[in-house]
Design a protein around this ligand. Structure first.
Ligand SMILES: Cc1ncc(COP(=O)(O)O)c(C=O)c1O
Length: 397
């Protein structure tokens, strides 16, 4: 159940009847003083949870020094953060922006200019069924969800859609098409229902991109930044993309986006080709630098892998094989429980029971908690979530 629209903000969100006040670690409190366990992290954003004792003083220091100055000048922390992202990804150069859709817009522009630089006048980017890349006109055109596109036509042209994990379909759809310049997908589709791209498929696409001189562009906005137990989810397959948009968890809550590019794409943009007022501002850059520093120091990749496995094992034990439970899947702290019926009501019921989650693709309970979650906190999540799902399934039976 959601509340009525508020009088002065646009009616773009179906909100729960709750207003959040503050948080600490895995817990947040609403304005009535009720406490919730946060297994959503502001949709895979609050990497370090809330009020992190090392992040907060760093951000306070930065706010006092400088929040914004614009890209007419060098921003020292841009270089620092770019160097870290280059080190972690094996890529070479970074463009900074402020959101996931902006990172994807930049990737789309890179792919198009990559084509134009080769003399391709109408470049085509391969995109996927059930994908989500954002809600600007170009990124919603790339997105594989008609509900998100409805009412906003005409869509941007130059996208060719294929099903995920089917290399023959990709080969067939692109056969004899000289205009294809890039393949663009998420390693694990988030909004589409926690749908992993198979590792062998990632390797096959890498090979095809090399053979055909296409850019391999992997949207790691939701599944990246340590969430799966590697810095970037595609690293489980041992491949390196050419272009990788990031956002969400990179700033642990401070708006930030980035496109990381390898040698094939790093020099496509020249001065004047792309930019933005807020991108790479000192506050966002400090948030990124400190987030990665704390993740390294506190071993949060290992934690995400370990606690994620614990959480999934707990879900399997309690729910695996139950009638109505289709599949429990994911990697690290990106976990989905797919039911065989729409279950959006669980978002509200779990919140009432003191747990923040979301339901995505109508029937997939999504858990994307802060990467600082402990096994004890995972047990607390299970203690609330499992009975909620069991009760829901019993009602539907
Ligand atoms: C994979 C992916 N790409 C892009 C976006 C868009 O990011 P933003 O909401 O910051 O524009 C999202 C948001 O959910 C996402 O999950």
């Amino acid at each position: 159940m959601t509340t009525a629209a508020s009088p002065h903000t646009m009616n773009t969100y179906g909100r729960l009847p709750v207003a959040m006040s503050h948080g600490q670690g895995l817990r947040v409190w609403d304005t009535d003083g009720k406490c919730y366990l946060d297994a959503l992290a502001g949709i895979a954003v609050n990497t370090l949870g809330h009020g992190h004792p090392k992040l907060v003083p760093a951000l306070q220091d930065q706010v006092a020094k400088m929040i914004h100055c614009c890209n007419y000048y060098h921003v020292p922390d841009q270089e620092k953060l770019a160097a870290k992202l280059v080190e972690k990804s094996g890529l070479t150069n970074v463009f900074f922006c402020s959101t996931g859709l902006e990172a994807n817009e930049a990737a789309i522009k890179l792919a198009r200019k990559f084509g134009h630089d080769k003399g391709i006048e109408s470049p085509v980017i391969v995109v996927y069924e059930k994908s989500f890349h954002g809600r600007s006109i170009a990124t919603l055109s790339a997105t594989g969800n008609e509900k998100i596109q409805k009412g906003f036509g005409p869509l941007v042209e130059g996208f060719l859609r294929v099903p995920l994990n089917d290399i023959d379909a990709l080969k067939k759809a692109t056969e004899g098409n000289p205009n294809v310049v890039a393949v663009f997908f998420e390693t694990i589709q988030g909004e589409g229902g926690i749908n992993p791209t198979r590792w062998d498929y990632l390797r096959q696409v890498r090979e095809l991109c090399d053979q055909r001189d296409w850019l391999m562009m992997i949207d790691e906005v939701q599944c990246g930044m340590g969430r799966t137990g590697k810095w970037f989810a595609h690293q489980w397959a041992g491949i390196v993309p050419d272009v990788m948009p990031l956002a969400k968890g990179l700033g642990s809550g401070v708006p930030i986006g980035a496109v990381v590019a390898g040698p094939k794409a790093a020099n496509i943009f020249q001065v004047g080709n792309h930019g933005g007022t807020f991108g790479g501002n000192p506050l966002a850059m400090r948030a990124g630098v400190e987030t990665i520093r704390i993740m390294e120091k506190d071993g949060l990749l290992e934690n995400a892998a370990k606690v994620g496995a614990h959480l999934r094992a707990g879900l399997e034990k309690a729910l695996g094989g139950l009638p109505g439970v289709k599949e429990i899947r994911g990697q690290g702290l990106m976990v989905g429980v797919e039911l065989n019926m729409p279950c959006g009501v669980l978002t509200n019921r779990c919140a009432e029971a003191g747990l923040l989650i979301s339901v995505t693709a109508d029937s997939v309970v999504r858990l994307v908690p802060p990467l600082i979650m402990t096994e004890a906190e995972a047990n607390e999540v299970l203690a609330i979530l499992v009975p909620q799902i069991q009760t829901f399934l019993a009602e539907q039976a």
